[in-house]
Design a protein around this ligand. Structure first.
Ligand SMILES: *Cc1c(COP(=O)(O)O)cnc(C)c1O
Length: 358
C-alpha cells in the first residue's frame, strides 16, 4: 500500500467538456488547449481521449508538441508562443506543427527557412493584452508577407483577450473592435475566444475557439462561478485521513500554531501537503470534503500534511477519503480562498501524486 494521495482524471469529462464548448460555438472549430501538460492533467492521455474529434490542439512550445507527436497524436497542433529560435521552424515543418507568429523576429525566421513543407501560420495581433503580437496597423502587412512566401500554408488571424472573464467591463468589446478593424480587408479564418469568451462573449467566437480551462471543468468567469455551465471537473484530488485527535479549547494546531481551538475540536490529519501541490498559503476555512461532506482546513499547510475540522463529522474515521477539489469541492472555490486561480492549482500538482486515469 502506498501513500493514498491521488489525482483521479476523468477523461470522459474532458471529452464532454470539449463537446460542450463546441456546442456553444456551433459554427466554429475548436483548438483544445493542452499546454503545460494539459494544465497538469496529462496531455498525452487527454489528447488520446479526444482522438480525431479534436479539430486541433494548442501547446505553448515545441517540446510539448513533440511529446504529443511521439505519442502518435496526429491532429493539427498549434504552438501558441511560436518558435523560440530559427531551427524550430524546420522542426515545425517536419512534425507538421502550426506556428504562431507574433514578432518580426519570428516572421523573419519563417521567411528565411527552407522547410520541408509549407507551415500553417497563425498571426497574433495585439489588440490590448500587450504581451505578444503585432500592432493592429501592422497586421495587413504581415499577412501579405506571409502570403507571398512558399514557406507558409494556411494563415489564421488571432488575438487574445486580457479580461474576458470580467463580463461587466468594456475591455473585451474594445479588443474585438480593434481586431475586426485590423483584419477588415483580409480573407482568413479568425480566432479570439479563450474559455471565458467561449462562455460569455459569443460575438467573439469567429472561426476557431481556443478553450483551455473549461475543458478541465472549471469556469474562469467572475472568480469561478460556474454560471450553470454543465462543465464536469476532470481532476479529483484526493487523499485520506491518517490520524484523528480530540483537542481542548485553547490548544493550537501545527506550525506556527496558526489555528487555536475556540472550543473542543476534532481534528483530522490528511496525507497531502504543499509538496504535492496543495497551496501552502491556503487559509483556515478553505473547503475540503471528508467522506463527501464539506468541512474546512484548519491550521497551516505542511509539506506532507494538512489538518481539517472534523468536529461536525463525529463519525469520520481514519482511512476516509478526503477530496481537496473535484466534484464536491470546486477547484475555483479553493483558488478563491487562496487568492489564486484554478489554473495555478492544477498546474502545480507534483509528481509525488499518483495519477489514475478513468
Ligand atoms: C492558454 C491560452 C488559451 C486558453 O485559455 P483558457 O483561459 O484556459 O481558456 C487560449 N489562447 C491562448 C493564446 C492561450 O495561451
Amino acid at each position: 500500500m502506498s501513500r493514498p494521495t491521488f489525482a483521479i482524471i476523468d477523461s470522459g469529462a474532458f471529452v464532454a467538456n470539449y463537446r460542450y464548448a463546441k456546442s456553444l460555438a456551433p459554427g466554429a472549430r475548436a483548438l483544445a488547449v493542452v499546454k503545460a501538460n494539459a494544465y497538469g492533467h496529462g496531455a498525452v492521455r487527454l489528447a488520446r481521449a479526444l482522438g480525431d474529434e479534436a479539430d486541433a490542439f494548442g501547446v505553448a512550445c515545441s517540446e510539448e508538441a513533440v511529446e504529443l507527436r511521439e505519442a502518435g497524436i496526429g491532429n493539427p497542433i498549434l504552438v501558441l508562443e511560436g518558435a523560440f529560435s530559427a531551427d524550430e521552424v524546420d522542426l515545425a515543418a517536419r512534425l507538421r506543427l502550426d506556428l504562431t507568429v507574433h514578432s518580426e523576429r519570428q516572421l523573419e525566421w519563417l521567411l528565411a527557412a527552407r522547410p520541408a513543407h509549407a507551415i500553417d501560420t497563425w498571426i497574433k495581433i495585439d489588440t490590448g493584452m500587450h504581451r505578444l503580437g503585432f500592432a493592429p496597423e501592422d497586421a495587413a502587412g504581415v499577412y501579405r508577407r506571409l502570403q507571398a512566401s512558399a514557406n507558409v500554408g494556411g494563415i489564421t488571424l488571432m488575438s487574445h483577450f486580457a479580461r474576458a472573464d470580467e463580463t461587466d467591463v468594456p475591455a473585451t468589446a474594445q479588443q474585438l473592435g480593434r481586431f475586426l478593424h485590423a483584419s477588415g480587408g483580409i480573407v482568413a479564418p479568425r480566432s479570439l475566444a479563450n474559455s471565458a469568451a467561449v462562455l460569455a462573449w459569443p460575438d467573439s467566437h469567429a472561426d476557431w475557439i481556443r478553450p483551455g480551462i473549461m475543458l478541465y471543468g472549471s469556469s474562469p468567469l467572475d472568480g469561478g462561478a460556474n454560471h450553470d455551465a454543465p462543465l464536469r471537473p476532470v481532476m479529483r484530488l484526493e487523499s485520506q485521513l491518517i490520524a484523528i485527535h480530540q483537542l481542548a479549547a485553547g490548544e493550537s494546531i501545527g506550525y506556527g500554531g496558526r489555528f487555536t481551538c475556540a472550543a473542543p475540536t476534532r481534528v483530522g490529519v490528511v496525507a497531502i501537503g504543499y509538496a504535492d501541490g496543495y497551496p501552502r498559503h491556503a487559509p483556515d476555512g478553505t473547503p475540503v470534503a471528508v467522506g463527501g461532506r464539506l468541512t474546512r482546513l484548519i491550521g497551516r499547510v505542511s509539506m506532507d500534511m494538512i489538518t481539517v475540522d472534523l468536529t461536525a463529522l463525529p463519525d469520520a474515521q481514519i482511512g476516509d477519503t478526503v477530496q481537496l477539489w473535484g466534484d464536491r469541492v470546486q477547484a475555483a472555490d479553493v483558488a478563491r480562498h487562496c487568492d489564486t486561480i484554478a489554473y495555478e492549482l492544477f498546474t502545480r500538482i507534483s509528481r509525488r501524486v499518483h495519477f489514475i486515469y478513468r
